[in-house]
Design a protein around this ligand. Structure first.
Ligand SMILES: N[C@@H](CCC(=O)N[C@@H](CS)C(=O)NCC(=O)O)C(=O)O
Length: 204
């Protein structure tokens, strides 16, 4: 298998954490992609030009990160990241909350970091920031039900999301810990897992 990846993407990190938790990381080669650079060939892998994408052992191309995690989870016989049964859809709800939060914080980051200052749109900044804050407030409630000893897709998504907020704090200035004691306590334990320690983002 080959993962098309980047060193700072929280979506890529979600896949890397999941691969380690599934015991599959050593079977995955990596090719670094800089998705914001002009590139004519990566669209042949993912027409959307986004990382991550995974080429399976049989040559199938998969995207996006959730699909890749579902695929990896289907390849092993250990404890599953995506449960069957009644807890399945609650887990997906929280995973979607984490994905939506990441989408908003990346759009906010792009607004602040990539868009020229004279084109800065405060309405957009406020709207994305509010989404992130509301998502964090809900994650603080959801964290009451998290078990950092039993990782699943929901906790992995939440963890890589809040970790990216801390990683980009110089630009975003959103401290996820303030006023969210359950989320902060859970993250402290979850982020000590080897899968999180081995996948820290690296600034370019
Ligand atoms: N829904 C996608 C989102 C992936 C995504 O937005 N990746 C960013 C990097 S963090 C990217 O490649 N952006 C480049 C672009 O939007 O052109 C997933 O879960 O994989």
């Amino acid at each position: 298998m080959k993962l098309y990846y980047g060193k700072t993407s929280p979506y890529v990190r979600k896949v890397l954490v999941a691969a380690i938790e599934c015991g599959l990381d050593t079977q995955i080669a990596r090719e670094e992609i800089l998705p914001w650079e002009p590139d004519t060939t990566y669209a042949e892998i993912n027409p959307l030009g986004k990382i991550p994408a995974l080429e399976t052992a049989s040559g199938q191309l998969l995207y996006d990160s959730r699909v890749i995690v579902e695929y990896l989870d289907s390849l092993h016989d250990g404890a599953k990241l995506i449960p069957e049964g009644p807890e399945r859809f609650e887990m997906f709800r929280i995973a979607s909350l984490g994905d939506g939060m990441m989408e908003a914080m990346i759009l906010l980051f792009s607004e602040l970091q990539r868009r020229p200052g004279e084109l800065h749109w405060p309405y957009w900044d406020d709207r994305m920031r509010t989404k992130v804050i509301h998502a964090l407030d809900q994650l603080d409630k959801d964290a009451a039900g998290f078990d950092p000893e039993k990782p699943d897709l929901a906790q992995i998504t939440a963890a890589v999301g809040v970790a990216w907020l801390a990683f980009r704090d110089d630009i975003l200035q959103i401290d996820f810990k303030i006023g969210r004691p359950r989320l902060a306590a859970w993250f402290e334990t979850f982020s000590a897992r080897p899968s999180m320690q081995q996948t820290q983002p690296v600034a370019h």
